[in-house]
Design a protein around this ligand. Structure first.
Ligand code: ADP
Length: 497
């Protein structure tokens, strides 16, 4: 060994250790020298003292025992002995140690390494150098980061909007349940590219290859994109979506992938279309009565003069009928608005359904010559509800039965009691309803798509209104129908004694 004067000399063991103590004293890593058995603590450096809040220069410090007991942790002891026996360094990570300090017991997580100190001819181990790295904070940050990542994922999971992420190559690496519900399938994570939809189309129906979809553009061009598209699910259903892909960056601003929110606007688009259709239908329904009222007004003002008394009477009658139709149309629209805003509260009164049906049938019969309204079978029965509105439901069903069976001459009415319910049915022998549309006729604005129905006026609100009234009275409404054979509309209300 070479001493300070540059001459070669054999150092005593204590000189070797003193040199070592001096060399490690100010190193920024906590270090301790243990006896070669690993059982006794011989020296600690400043960083070590700081870790244990121990003053190394005060040998009699009462903390000395505390350090020593911390170092007697079974794993540390075992690692030190192993290093000693094997004659090479042994490492352990994430060891939990309780350190007693004046302020109380502190829990630390340490990575440590026990390295044998070999004497100068490397023949013998003369001690163990223990290096400790305090990883408590790092582990805590990792835990907190894991927790915040978990809550971020939970947040995305619980969102009603479909959300997914892709890595830098565009591989889908996360999606929430709403995305699966929208796509109608689960993409293979880490494999499938850009999104999980089965097929995509532009709004004009042109097929959109996945690598040209908005998510791919966002990632390739490193920019946020907002676009509308059509998604086809494996079950064939088409969803109209708004997508908002945007690149994601790490804290250094490097792009790491993309996040995309997919909003299903199919229902909104259907409503928009229905609203447009409705405006068209209402305009058409308003035009007919207004044209005949205008004709009458022209007669009164003398704009039209060459008419006889017969024409005048005919026009007068037509005008009254058209004014009534207008009032019915406006009432229906007002009723829908009132029921939907909750403004209309239904009364709960007990009444005899049979006498209500009788009087409605009488009124409707008076206004029609084309059809005979026939009681098929009837039973007197009391129900609870809003009599005025239940009357409206019966009028609706009867006038539809007449309206949609222009070639038939009769409508059958039936009132019976079934399992504690009063069931009223109105049967016609008219155009009927195609089986694929039977389930939708109670929807707002729905009109069967057929040539026969197109010829007959209507705005698709009567059945919706009837269904709302019956539902809010605690009953049920349904239809059985066959195209070109006729329909039977029925409603039930709980019987009251
Ligand atoms: P509207 O008759 O004003 O169109 P409704 O809500 O009363 O509206 O009816 C909705 C649709 O249901 C109608 O457009 C028609 O296609 C169908 N429908 C209703 N009643 C009958 C019936 N008795 N026979 C055949 N189709 C009917």
């Amino acid at each position: 060994m070479i001493d300070n004067s540059g001459t070669s000399k054999v150092l005593s063991e204590s000189e070797v250790f003193n040199n070592l103590y001096r060399n490690i004293e100010h190193l920024p890593v906590a270090m301790a020298i243990l006896s070669n058995s690993g059982k006794a603590l011989k020296h600690v450096n400043k960083a070590f003292s700081a870790l244990f809040s121990y003053d190394s220069h005060c040998e009699n410090n009462s903390n000395h025992e505390n350090i020593y007991s911390s170092l007697r942790h079974p794993l540390i002891q075992k690692t030190a002995s192993a290093a000693c026996e094997l004659g090479r360094p042994v490492k352990k990570e994430g060891v939990e140690v309780s350190i007693e300090k004046a302020t109380g017991v502190e829990r630390k997580i340490l990575d440590f390494q026990a390295s044998p100190i070999l004497d100068y001819d490397s023949a013998q181990t003369s001690g163990i150098l223990l290096t400790l790295v305090d990883t408590t904070k790092v582990i805590e940050y990792q835990k907190r980061f894991g927790e915040s990542e978990r809550s971020y994922r939970n947040l995305m999971e619980s969102m009603a909007v479909a959300v997914y992420t892709c890595d830098l190559e565009g591989r889908v690496n996360f999606h929430n349940d709403a995305a699966v519900a929208l796509w109608g399938r689960k993409p293979e994570l880490g494999v499938e590219l850009w999104c999980g939809s089965h097929k995509m189309y532009t709004l004009d129906g042109t097929w959109m290859p996945h690598d040209q979809c908005p998510a791919a553009i966002s990632l390739k061009e490193n920019r946020a994109v907002k676009a509308e598209a059509l998604i086809q699910r494996p079950d064939g259903k088409i969803r109209h979506v708004l997508v908002f892909p945007r690149p994601e960056y790490d804290i250094n601003g490097h792009m790491i992938g993309l996040i995309n929110a997919v909003v299903d606007i199919t229902d909104r688009k259907v409503l928009e279309r229905q609203k447009d259709e409705f405006m068209g239908i209402v305009a058409h329904e308003l035009k007919t009565p207004i044209t005949s009222i205008k004709g009458y007004a022209q007669l009164l003002t003398g704009e039209i003069s060459d008419f006889d008394d017969g024409t005048f009477d005919k026009l007068k009658g037509r005008m009254l009928l058209q004014i009534n139709n207008l009032i019915i149309l406006i009432d229906k629209m007002l009723d829908v608005a009132k029921i939907e805003t909750g403004e209309r509260v239904f009364k709960k009164e007990k009444f005899d359904l049979l006498s209500v049906i009788n009087s409605v049938v009488e009124d409707v019969q008076q206004s029609t010559k084309s059809h005979e309204l026939i009681f098929d079978s009837i039973t007197p029965v009391n129900v609870v509800g809003d009599q005025e509105y239940i009357e409206q439901v019966i009028i609706n069903l009867l006038s539809n039965a007449i309206k949609y069976s222009p070639e038939a001459g009769r409508v059958l009415i039936n009132l019976r009691e079934e399992n504690g319910n009063a069931v009223c049915s109105v049967q016609d022998f008219g155009v009927g309803i195609p089986s694929d549309q039977v389930g939708t006729v109670f929807e707002k604005f729905y009109r069967v798509k057929s040539e026969a129905v197109n010829k007959i006026g209507g705005i698709g609100l009567g059945l919706y209104l009837s269904a709302e009234i019956i539902r809010q009275t605690g009953g049920a409404i349904w239809v059985e129908s066959k195209s070109n054979e006729g329909s039977t509309f029925s409603f039930s209300l709980p019987v009251i004694i």
